[in-house]
Design a protein around this ligand. Structure first.
Ligand code: S3P
Length: 442
C-alpha cells in the first residue's frame, strides 16, 4: 500500500499534456501483433495495463519493442498464427486486456490461461464466454465465470450474429477479434453504441468491416480470415485521463488550465457535454485529427456548477468518468441525480458503493440507489476532507477522483493506496504537481 493525503494546493494553471488513450494503446499492440510486418506506434500509453497486453502478445509470438518514450514497434505473426503461450498470461488489473485477448485466443488453435490481481479476479467474464462459446471456444473458469480461467480456442471457429445484452465495448471487441480468424461473416448488433475504436482501427488495418444503422441499432459485420496490414499509429490523448484535470480545474477556484491532446471521439466525450450543461467553461482550442480520431486542446476555467439529472443514454460515452463526475457533482449547487449505471458495479471496483462511501467520508451528501447516486452539492464550498484514509479497492480511478476531491477540500483527502494509478496514468501525480505549482504557472 502507498497511502497519500491530497491537500488543497491552490489553483490549477498553465498547461499539461495527457498521455495516450488506453483503449487505443491496447488495440494498437493487439492488431499490430496480428498484422504481418512492422507496425509503429507513437504516443502509446505506458501504463501497467497496456504493458500486460504487450507481454501477452510477446508470449503468443509477436515481437513488441520499445524504442523511446511512447514509441513502440510491433512485428506481427499474422491472423491465425498466434503461438501457444508457455505460461499463464498475467493480466494484472486489466479487464480490457483479458476480455479482448480471450477473443483472440478463442478462434486460434491454442489454449491460454488468464490470471490477474484481486480486483480483476472478482470481475465477470461470463459476458465474453457466452458469445465466444457460441463460436466454439471452450472454457474452464473459476466460480462465477471468473479468473483464473483457461480458454481453449476453436479452429475453425463458427461465425455468429450476436446482439449485445450489455452495452460493452469489451464484449463487442472480443467477438470482433475472434471473428478475424473465423471463416465467414461475424456480426455484432449494438442496441446502445459504445466506444468504436475497434471498428475504426480494424478498418485502418485493412479488415473488411461495415457498420450500418438498422432500426436504431448498430450492426457491425466483419469478414473473417482477414489479412491485416501493418500501420503507423499516432495514439491520441486519453479523454478518461484528461477528465481528472478537467474536473479539478472546474472546481478549484482561480483555475485556468490548458489540457492538451484530448481525444474527442463522440463515443467517449459524454463527460464534457454534461459538465458544460452544468455550467462548466470548457473551450476547444485547435481541433484536429490524430490517428483518425478527433482531438483538441481544452481550456478549462473554474466555474460555478449546477446539479443536473444525467440522461442514462449518455452513460456509455462517459462510463469511466463517473467517479470523477461524482466529485464535480459534490461541489455543484443543488442536486445531481444519476441512474442506469449498473455497469459501474463491475468495474475495477463497485464504483457506485465505493464512491458513495469515499465522498461521504470526505463530507459530501450522497445517497446510493441500485443503479446510481444522488448527490447534493456544496454549491462551491470546499468539502470538509477525510480524517482517515478512504478505501480505493485497487481501483485507479477511485484514487485519482478522490485526489481531485482533496484539492477542493479543507483538510485534504487521504487515499489508502496510490499504486493502482500506474495502471492507466503513471504520470498523474507529477502532472498534478505541475498544474498546481503556482511558480511554474503563468
Ligand atoms: C474499454 C471498454 C469499457 C471501459 C474500459 C475500456 C475498452 O469497458 O470501461 O475502461 O477499451 O473497450 P466495458 O466494455 O466493460 O464497458
Amino acid at each position: 500500500m502507498r497511502p497519500r493525503r491530497f491537500r488543497p494546493a491552490g489553483s490549477l494553471r498553465g498547461e499539461i499534456r495527457v498521455p495516450g488513450d488506453k483503449s487505443i494503446s491496447h488495440r494498437s499492440i493487439m492488431l499490430g501483433a496480428l498484422a504481418v510486418g512492422e507496425t509503429r506506434v507513437t504516443g502509446l500509453l505506458e501504463g501497467e495495463d497496456v504493458l500486460a497486453t504487450a507481454a501477452a502478445m510477446r508470449a503468443m509470438g509477436a515481437t513488441v519493442e520499445r524504442s523511446d518514450i511512447g514509441e513502440w514497434s510491433v512485428h506481427g505473426v499474422g491472423v491465425g498464427s498466434l503461438l501457444q503461450p508457455e505460461a499463464p498470461l498475467d493480466m494484472g488489473n486489466s479487464g480490457t486486456s483479458t476480455r479482448l485477448l480471450m477473443g483472440l485466443v478463442a478462434s486460434h488453435a491454442i489454449s491460454a490461461t488468464f490470471i490477474g490481481d484481486a480486483s480483476l479476479s472478482k470481475r465477470p467474464m461470463g459476458r465474453v464466454m457466452e458469445p465466444l462459446g457460441l463460436m466454439g471456444a471452450a472454457f474452464e473458469a473459476s466460480e462465477g465465470g471468473r479468473l483464473p480461467l483457461t480458454v481453449r480456442g476453436a479452429f475453425p471457429a463458427v461465425p455468429i450474429e450476436y446482439r449485445l445484452p450489455v452495452a460493452s465495448a469489451q464484449v463487442k471487441s472480443a467477438i470482433l477479434l475472434a471473428g478475424l480468424n473465423t471463416p465467414g461473416v461475424t456480426t455484432v448488433i449494438e442496441p446502445v453504441p459504445t466506444r468504436d475504436h475497434s471498428e475504426r482501427m480494424l478498418r485502418g488495418f485493412g479488415a473488411q468491416l461495415s457498420v450500418d444503422e438498422v432500426k436504431g441499432e448498430r450492426v457491425i459485420r466483419l469478414h473473417g480470415e482477414a489479412e491485416l496490414k501493418p500501420q503507423v499509429i499516432e495514439v491520441p490523448g486519453d479523454p478518461s485521463s484528461a477528465a481528472f484535470f478537467i474536473v479539478a480545474a472546474l472546481v478549484v477556484p482561480g483555475s485556468k488550465l490548458l489540457v492538451r491532446n484530448v481525444g474527442l471521439n463522440p463515443t467517449r466525450a459524454g463527460l464534457i457535454e454534461v459538465l458544460r450543461d452544468m455550467g462548466g467553461r470548457i473551450e476547444e482550442v485547435d481541433r484536429r485529427e490524430v490517428g483518425g480520431e478527433p482531438v483538441a486542446d481544452l481550456l478549462v476555467s473554474h466555474s460555478a456548477l449546477t446539479g443536473i439529472t444525467v440522461d442514462p443514454a449518455v452513460a456509455p460515452s462517459m462510463i469511466d468518468e463517473f467517479p470523477v463526475f461524482f466529485v464535480a457533482a459534490a461541489l455543484a449547487e443543488g442536486r445531481t441525480v444519476t441512474s442506469g449505471l449498473d455497469e459501474l458495479r463491475v468495474k475495477e471496483s463497485d464504483r457506485l458503493s465505493v464512491m458513495a462511501a469515499a465522498l461521504a467520508a470526505a463530507g459530501a451528501r450522497v445517497s446510493e440507489s441500485e443503479d446510481g447516486l444522488t448527490i447534493d452539492g456544496t454549491g462551491g464550498e470546499p468539502l470538509a476532507g477525510t480524517d482517515g484514509a478512504i478505501a480505493t479497492h485497487l481501483d485507479h480511478r477511485i484514487a485519482m477522483s478522490m485526489a481531485v476531491a482533496g484539492l477542493a477540500s479543507v483538510r485534504g483527502v487521504e487515499v489508502d493506496d496510490t499504486r493502482p494509478i500506474a495502471t492507466s496514468f503513471p504520470l498523474f501525480e507529477e502532472l498534478l504537481a505541475k498544474a498546481t505549482d503556482s511558480e511554474a504557472a503563468q
